[in-house]
Structures are given as C-alpha cells and as structure tokens.
Design a protein around this ligand. Structure first.
Ligand SMILES: [Zn+2]
Length: 66
C-alpha cells in the first residue's frame, strides 16, 4: 500500500475496534447487524487486499503495543 496515511487510518480503526463489541477483532466477518463491526471488518479487508503477509498482525494481537 502506497498511501501510508490511509494505512495508519485503517490500523487505527482496527486497534480501536467496535465500542459496542470490544471482543470483536475482525477475525471473522462481521454479522452485518452492527455498523461499527462492519467498519472494522472492512478496514481489515482493505489492509489484507494490499498485503499477502500481515506485518501488523503481531502488533495487533498484542493490542497495538510493541
Ligand atoms: Zn459491533
């Protein structure tokens, strides 16, 4: 992905997750019933479109620390 700002924006969406469903980590598709979950899922999808490997995966799994 060339647009680093877009990437950071997507990463932030993923890191913040859904306020109503903090357990939802976009590991599977959103139910479609919650708009915020859908936004998180779309952000993850967009990131994965541009990367076969996910270098942020470890970072994300550790809650964005380290
Ligand atoms: Zn939700």
């Amino acid at each position: 992905m060339e647009n680093v700002h877009r990437k950071l924006q997507l990463l932030r969406i993923l890191a913040e997750g859904c306020r109503k469903h903090p357990a939802y980590r976009a590991r599977r598709t959103a139910t479609g019933r919650c708009e915020e979950c859908a936004v998180v899922w779309k952000a993850r999808e967009e990131l994965e479109e541009h990367h076969e490997n996910n270098p942020w995966e470890d970072w994300f799994d550790h809650g964005g620390k380290g």
